[in-house]
Each structure stands twice: as C-alpha cells, then as structure tokens.
Write a protein that binds this ligand. Structure first.
Ligand code: SF4
Length: 162
C-alpha cells in the first residue's frame, strides 16, 4: 500500500451526499497509527480512509491519458491541502507522494491556502470530539451506524452555522 487517504466526518458527509451513496461504499478500515484518535467500530479500533484499488485511489480516473480526481469539488480535506500539511503550526511539504494528479500550485500559496487549512483543522478537531463521544457510548458498533451518527452530527453542525 503506497498511500492512505484518511477521512473525517465532514469528508464522509460531503462525499456521501454529493455522490448519493452509502459511506461504506467508499470507506475502508485501517489499523490506526494512534489508538487515541481511532474509531471503535466492528471488532476494534480503526482509522477510516478511502478505499483503494491496488494502491490507487478509487476516485482517480484516467481520461485521454490524463489522471484526474473524479470527486474534485468535494474531495477529502487531506487532498485539498496536499502537498502540504500543518505540523506544529507551520506549513511543511508532505514528503510521501499521495496522488499522481498534476498539482499546479499558485504563488503565495501559504497566504491563499491559510483559510482552507484552518477549516481543515477545525473539521479534524470536530471529528476527534465526535470519535471520543462515539467510543465512550455503548451502541451498535457497525460501520454504518457510525457513519449515520457522524453524518447526522455534521448536518446539525452545518445547520447551526448556516
Ligand atoms: S485527489 Fe487523488 S487521492 Fe484524493 S480523492 Fe481525488 S483521486 Fe483520490
């Protein structure tokens, strides 16, 4: 496996509502790097990420010899901020290549992207709080129950902020 595109509850909500599909159709469970930020589903603790096909994201399509993201307008935050991430408050370039899409980056990238990075951070904070609440409760532990729970919380949050 060359890469993992981790998703949070906002990513799951955006993709499932735009594609009108169940989250289980595009989510896959991964052994977590950090159990404190993992979701308790099925038989253990997992990170949620996009499904891949032989090391390539399922949403990557090739047309006329060009690779393109088929969910570009609502791709996960980790893809929107790629090839940078925020580490200890500073922009750093991700060393490992995640996606072969041709990324053309504008000048003054840090300034232009700062609001997107802030939004990305807020969504991951929301997700970590949501996981904590989910993991503490005694509920049906299926992945579909978790994604229903996550989607309903995101919808409430979006309504409240509208
Ligand atoms: S940007 Fe690449 S990795 Fe991300 S969803 Fe699109 S095809 Fe997949």
């Amino acid at each position: 496996m060359d890469f993992v595109v981790y998703v949070n509850s906002h990513d799951i909500h955006r993709i499932s509502t735009n594609l009108k599909v169940d989250p289980e159709s595009f989510i896959q469970l991964y052994q977590p790097e950090d159990e404190d930020s993992a979701v308790r589903v099925e038989d253990g603790l997992y990170d949620l990420a996009l499904k891949d096909d032989k090391g390539t994201c399922n949403f990557l399509k090739r047309e006329a010899g060009q690779f393109r993201c088929s969910i570009q307008p609502f791709k996960p935050g980790i893809c929107r901020t790629y090839p940078f991430e925020v580490r200890r408050g500073r922009f750093v370039q991700i060393v490992k290549k995640v996606c072969p899409v041709d990324w053309r980056l504008p000048k003054n990238l840090e300034m232009q992207m700062s609001s997107m990075y802030n939004e990305h951070d807020k969504e991951w904070d929301f997700y970590l709080d949501l996981i904590e609440e989910w993991n503490e409760g005694k509920k049906d532990r299926s992945l579909s129950s978790f994604t229903n729970f996550a989607n309903s919380r995101v919808e409430i949050s979006l309504q409240n902020s509208a």
